[in-house]
Design a binder for this molecule. Structure first.
Ligand code: UD1
Ligand code: UDP
Length: 361
């Protein structure tokens, strides 16, 4: 059986890897070794996903976190290289755009091990974002680029990838697979609505963690002021990312409502299914809002998921409190009536595994 090695480390990667790992086990044709870089490490940012989503226990825990970009990425490359030299996989699978993604891809490529990138081809066209740097570099050294959308394929073609020694495959979005599969059982597995005394469509769901919002205090204060005002009209449910929590506390920026700790996948899906509106700077939550028919106010100036903006399901508000509140007034409580298959059919994991099996045989 061919051996592949998966490098993951941050919350969104656990969700994406859960979908693909299920497809790998279903196929029975690949042996997957999992490396957890340790980038996210709190129980509610990491182990909860492995338990709830039945992701196999990682074979290696590198425990690298809470460092500057260079130190974190550098140490991850060094430790992943050691694992690769021991395991000698045929291919390394990486997801998304975090420092763990780039580290896994670079360590493998320098050892002449094939790299497959899930969620390839996305662009925000904002080179200030660490994620944009990570995804462009990862794409450039990947042998197989698994694109979620047509726009992602077009981005790669525009950058000349057709002439590079790689394969570009549009397979759909593995987060849609996860939303469908785990979403079917979330009501049984989550008691969050009762726990927080929430009812259908009577709260706004919000997340904030993006570096350009948390590390720019002006942006963060503007966003908080908008949320504070909205919370005087409707409850705001804010599962607070540890990065944001630290910065709000350190700078004494006050929320007029009580945030909650980060929650597991079943809880976030229940919150998404039942909310009135999503306000977020998360990449994943923008799509999940759509999967669960909710409009999304995005706390960024641009997005990689531009098809949602083009279809008017997503409003880019940046950190402008006026736009955020206008967005709430226009879209709060409304449901997206018809879902267009922007992100495939929910079988992206199976398609990825089929392609891996064929290309490694
Ligand atoms: C990272 C990714 C980002 C992704 C996000 C998902 C990079 C460059 N950024 O950002 O693309 O959207 O994950 O959530 O890779 N922390 C904890 N406990 C944890 C995890 C983090 O306290 O379990 C703290 C760290 O100590 C650090 C801060 O949060 O102080 C930021 O963590 P880090 O992994 O560097 O970046 P994220 O903001 O999580
Ligand atoms: N998420 C979760 N619990 C939370 C907040 C988010 O399970 O408290 C999930 C949610 O499904 C989201 C995913 O984590 O899509 C991705 O995480 P995040 O927003 O941190 O990262 P991004 O998608 O922006 O990289």
């Amino acid at each position: 059986m061919k051996k592949i090695l998966t490098v993951i480390g941050a919350r969104p990667q656990f969700i994406k890897a859960a979908a693909v790992s299920r497809a790998i086990r279903k196929s029975g044709g690949l042996h997957e070794v999992i490396v957890h870089t340790g980038q996210h490490f709190d129980n509610n940012m990491s182990s909860v996903f492995f338990q709830e989503m039945d992701i196999p226990e990682p074979d290696y825990h590198l425990e690298i976190n809470s460092l500057s970009h260079g130190a974190m990425t550098g140490r991850m490359i060094e430790r992943t290289e050691e694992v690769l030299l021991t395991e000698k996989p045929e291919l390394v699978l990486v997801y998304g755009d975090t420092n763990s993604t780039l580290a896994g891809a670079l360590a493998a490529k320098k050892l002449h091990i094939q790299v497959a990138h899930v969620e390839a081809g996305l662009r925000s066209f904002n080179m200030e974002m660490p994620e944009e740097i990570n995804r462009i570099l990862t794409d450039r050294i990947s042998n197989i680029l698994f694109c979620p959308t047509e726009i992602a394929v077009n981005n790669l073609q525009r950058e000349g990838f057709d002439s590079f020694p790689c394969r570009i495959m549009q397979v759909g979005d593995v987060m849609y697979d996860a939303a469908l599969f785990y979403g079917a059982m979330s009501s049984q597995r989550s008691g969050i609505l009762n726990r927080l005394s929430l009812g259908e469509y009577n709260y706004v769901l919000c997340t904030i963690h993006r570096q350009e919002n948390t590390d720019n205090l002006e942006n963060l204060k503007s966003i908080v002021s908008a949320l504070n005002e909205i919370s005087s009209e409707i409850p705001v449910v804010l599962p607070l990312h540890p990065r944001t929590n630290k910065i709000l506390t350190r700078n004494n920026i006050r929320l007029a409502f009580q945030p909650i700790d980060p929650v597991g996948y079943f809880d976030i899906v229940e919150l998404l299914k039942n909310c009135s509106l999503v306000i977020t700077d998360s990449g994943g939550m923008q799509k999940e809002a759509y999967f669960f028919r909710k409009y999304c106010i995005t706390l960024r100036e641009e997005t990689e998921w531009i098809e949602l903006v083009n279809h008017h399901f997503n409003l880019l508000a940046g950190s402008d409190p006026v736009l955020i509140k206008k967005g709430y007034q226009s879209y709060g409580g409304k449901l997206i009536s018809d879902l267009i298959p922007l992100y495939g059919q929910g079988d992206a994991g199976d398609r990825i595994v089929d392609i891996l099996l064929k290309s490694l045989s």
